[in-house]
Ligand binder design. Structure first.
Ligand code: IVH
Length: 668
């Protein structure tokens, strides 16, 4: 095959994959299966690896991000990113309309659109390709988050058609859809990690994560609503946005032109309630004068355009009575207070409970029993108490004090410095913690025990048949069939699945143990690095924090888990049952400690291996791959096109630069 055709083949695949991305993420109308998509992507990855000379930062293969930590550089915005002036009533909107009419007369249209509640992002395109993505920052300067933006599937990396201007900027909002937010929090709950408060903060936090591979897993979405540039062909803002839709951007289908302020009011009335059915958070409506020529005539104040205004929805609020506060104990022992309310209708659903999160929130609200409280449904899915009517409080009302003892087992609760949550430390003796740990152990991503679920675990625990996950392996068929609604067939299925789980790889067993803060990724990291359970058990805090991506909080939690004697005996029983507590041979093959103690930074593009492969090789041979050059860096593994700032830094710090071949010789 000649070079020309390989290049063509790569380009064809890139184009095809981008088109499928567009169909799936922008139009929500995929035309090929996920499997076929993955096969094509793998084919492209292989060709790109074999032919690094055709490297392209905007290839669809870059949408999965990279594990290498990045540093963000600040970029000055070409046009400052201003905000909108806000209005909260129709009177204020009427005033806006009057002001506009005074300045430009009566011959104009408005565009009405949803005000998305996420993180704003500015994208720069040159000759149809994404060249930069910048956060709002302070409006003058923002962070360059291009690598992260590339992982957002609804952001086009190359534009469609040929009607786009050579150079332009487009702004929009990065959002975490409600459903993805809920899934993310569920996973965090399972890993015993603190929950995220709302989709907006999580979206803007995600956009600034150092690890773009992690951003890719977040499933962010983006809608675009503002095009800027010198060579735009259409005068209308609405018409320009429709054009942007043709270039491949995701634009809101609900953007509409209105002839006058009464039509604007109709739009607001509709969306005030219809917005609850949208998959993403919105917090108002944006009203813009449509013609860009008239927008220019109106101009800007120092802070915001005179041609646009936001109408903010007021979150629906109702008052009800706080009847009591109850406390739930989770798998990791975290105690969550929940407000029990007199049932009340709010935004279409009956609300009986509201989350109170932690002791600080109870204290801040100064809650008393039988208080009249105001409940609101904001970006959060569970309603929250936002205020208390203190004037309605009876003088003898009892103040709510956070409990001191575990409501389930009576143990004194503890609260670690700097943490908001209270914990019950009785890990192996507190019923919800024991049951929760067993449920986690059998869950799909852990030991994946077929036929066992929350209800059966509850029954087995109540019958005294299991008290920890190791006890599962001693269960007999007759013990199972003695349970309500459990036939022989189901019992055998459970036993078979338990038997099969003995071949589940070590990293999953480690995850299944349910150590706080040790989710799937951390478990994998620990297993790959330390190889077997005894090495992990015998690692000191210092040795643990030395591992890439293991911070103090995680290390502390690992130590305290293995220092607990009950946990030690559970692990011993699981070992005796034959579960895997060591990495498999195939995983261990080719490992060495030739790079022990070395910290290596990778930069540029390489001929024989991809950056991800090089990173894996460094780790396989006991070295550490880090993202930025510091005094501690041993080598810079440099390919072609190493960034000038990196070269400057190695020179300044006297760090040695090695080539791909030097590196391969080192590990031979
Ligand atoms: S137009 C010059 N349109 O609201 C103003 N902004 O308070 C250009 N936003 O920073 C912004 N949805 O993050 C515009 N349909 C929409 C919007 C929108 C959300 C955000 C945006 C901006 C903030 C302004």
């Amino acid at each position: 095959m000649t070079f020309g055709t390989i290049k063509e083949q790569i380009e064809k695949l890139r184009k095809e994959l981008e088109e499928h991305n567009y169909n799936y993420y922008v139009l929500s109308a995929p035309i090929i299966s996920d499997f076929d998509f993955d096969m094509k992507l793998k084919e492209l990855e292989k060709l790109e690896q074999e032919h690094p000379e055709f490297h392209d930062a905007n290839s669809p293969t870059h949408r999965v991000g990279s594990d290498i930590n990045q540093e963000f550089t600040q970029v000055k915005h070409k046009y400052p990113m201003l905000s909108l002036s806000n209005s909260y009533s129709k009177d204020e909107l009427q005033d806006f309309d009057t002001r506009v009419r005074k300045l430009i007369g009566d011959e104009f249209d408005y565009t009405c659109e949803l005000k998305f509640d996420g993180a704003s992002l500015s994208l720069w395109y040159e000759n149809g390709e994404l060249v930069k993505a910048v956060t709002r920052g302070d409006g003058e300067k923002g962070d360059d988050v291009t690598a992260n933006a590339r992982t957002i599937r609804s952001i086009p990396l190359k534009l469609k058609g040929d009607s786009y201007p050579d150079s332009f900027e487009i702004r929009g909002e990065v959002l975490l859809p409600f459903q993805v937010f809920a899934e993310l929090n569920k996973a965090r709950e399972e890993a015993g990690e603190p929950l995220y408060a709302n989709p907006r903060n999580t979206a803007s936090g995600s956009l600034k994560m150092q690890n773009s591979a992690e951003v890719a897993r977040r499933k962010l979405d983006a809608y675009f609503y503002y095009v800027l540039g010198e060579n735009l062909t259409k005068d209308g803002h609405f018409e320009t946005i429709q054009e942007a839709g043709k270039w491949g951007f995701k634009i809101s289908e609900y953007t509409t032109k209105c002839k006058n302020i009464d039509e604007v009011f109709d739009y607001i009335n509709h969306w005030d309630s219809a917005r609850f059915d949208l998959p993403v958070a919105t917090d108002g409506i944006v009203i813009k004068v449509n013609s860009r020529r008239l927008q220019n005539n109106l101009g800007f104040t120092a802070k915001s355009p005179r041609w646009a205004i936001a109408y903010k929805f007021t979150a629906e609020q109702v008052s009800t009575m706080l009847e009591s506060v109850s406390y739930q104990v989770g798998r990791t022992g975290a105690v969550t207070p929940v407000a029990n309310l007199t049932p009340v209708l709010l935004a279409g659903t009956t609300v009986k409970r509201a989350s109170l999160h932690n002791a600080d929130i109870i204290e801040k609200l100064n809650l008393h029993v039988q208080d009249v409280v105001f409940v609101e449904k904001g970006g959060e899915i569970i309603p929250k108490i936002v205020n208390v009517d203190e004037s309605a409080r009876k003088p003898e009302a009892e103040k709510i004090e956070f409990i001191k003892h575990c409501p389930e087992c009576g143990t004194d609760l503890i609260r670690t410095e700097g943490e908001a949550a209270h914990y019950c430390p009785n890990e192996t003796g507190c019923a919800p913690q024991i049951k929760g740990k067993i449920e986690h152990f059998i869950s799909r991503k852990a030991m994946d025990i077929d036929g066992l679920g929350q209800e059966t675990v509850e029954l087995l625990f109540n019958e005294g048949l299991i008290n920890n996950s190791a006890d599962l392996y001693n269960l007999k068929a007759e013990q199972l069939t003695s349970l309500e609604r459990m036939g022989e067939k189901s019992a055998n299925r459970i036993l078979k699945s338990l038997e099969e789980s003995k071949s589940i790889p070590f990293e999953r067993v480690l995850y299944a143990l349910g150590i706080r803060y040790v989710g799937e990724t951390v478990a994998k990291k620990l297993a790959n690095k330390l190889v077997d359970i005894d090495t992990i058990i015998n690692s000191s805090y210092d040795e643990l924090v030395d591992i890439d991506e293991i911070g103090g909080r995680i290390a502390e939690s690992i130590r305290s888990f293995f220092d607990n004697e009950d946990n030690q005996s559970i692990i011993q029983s699981l070992k005796d049952q034959g579960l895997k507590f060591k990495l498999s041979e195939s995983n261990l093959e080719g490992r060495s400690n030739k790079l022990e103690g070395l910290s290596i930074v990778i930069s540029g593009t390489f001929e024989k291996h991809s950056r991800d492969e090089l990173k894996k090789l460094i780790e396989k041979h006991g070295g550490k791959n880090t993202g930025s050059i510091s005094k501690k860096t041993s080598y810079l593994l440099g390919g072609s096109n190493v960034g000038p700032s990196k070269l400057e830094k190695v020179e300044k710090l006297g760090v040695q630069v090695i080539s791909e071949d030097d590196f391969l010789t080192m590990i031979q």
